[in-house]
Design a protein around this ligand. Structure first.
Ligand code: HEM
Length: 184
């Protein structure tokens, strides 16, 4: 597992992700549970992304990323962001955790933590954690409502939660990286 050093993980990242998956017990059975429930989850993709963004827009600390200079919602940007969240959800639902996925999650972390966006600046880590919690809660409700038995919903929910927290961990690794050195 990562030893907590704050340097770029480089070629070690896929191994670190593999260790994380082993630690939380995210194996083939859990990845299969995610894949099996994917069609049900993705039927609700639009409602899920809309609910997450409605929530983000209802708190000033997250809404400031999605407003124009005059404070009005930046609707095209909000639609783009919902589409990005939907794309991430579809990729996640494939339950593929290869090197390409690991580096794309790290890049996602870096883009939220190291770039500045409109009036918002950099996205605080706690909003990433909070958003993942919103997604987890929404997924659990969907699985509970849609899967044939509560036992299947429970197993699928456990598997999704493990996968989402491994994603979150890689995203947060981007936050631990040092800021880019100033141009000379
Ligand atoms: C579950 C958590 C989240 C996921 C999976 C996610 C996913 C993404 C993806 C895939 C992109 C586009 C690709 C990239 O630049 O990396 C993106 C861009 C962005 N996200 Fe997130 N995001 C999350 C949470 C948040 C939160 C909490 C905020 C702010 C409150 C936020 C603000 C932004 C902004 C400002 C951009 C780029 C802006 C633009 O192009 O207009 N994201 N996000």
């Amino acid at each position: 597992m990562s030893d907590g050093r704050r340097g770029p993980p480089g070629p070690e990242l896929p191994r670190i992700v593999g260790d994380m998956m082993a630690f939380v017990g995210l194996g083939e059975a859990e990845l299969d549970a995610v894949r099996r429930s994917a069609p049900v989850v993705l039927r609700h993709e639009a409602a899920l992304t809309a609910a997450v963004y409605e929530h983000l827009l209802s708190f000033p600390e997250s809404a400031r990323f999605f407003v124009l200079e005059d404070g009005a919602p930046d609707l095209p940007r909000i639609e783009r962001r919902k589409a990005s969240l939907g794309r991430w959800l579809r990729d996640t639902a494939t339950a593929v955790m290869d090197a390409e996925r690991a580096y794309s999650l790290l890049a996602m972390g870096i883009s939220h933590s190291h770039r500045t966006w409109g009036l918002g600046g950099q996205v605080p880590a706690e909003l990433m954690v909070g958003s993942m919690s919103l997604v987890q809660a929404a997924l659990t409700r969907i699985l509970h409502a849609e899967l044939p038995t509560p036992a299947e919903a429970l197993e699928a929910s456990i598997a999704w939660n493990k996968l989402l927290l491994v994603h979150l961990n890689v995203i947060l690794m981007g936050y631990f990286l040092p800021p880019p050195s100033p141009r000379t």
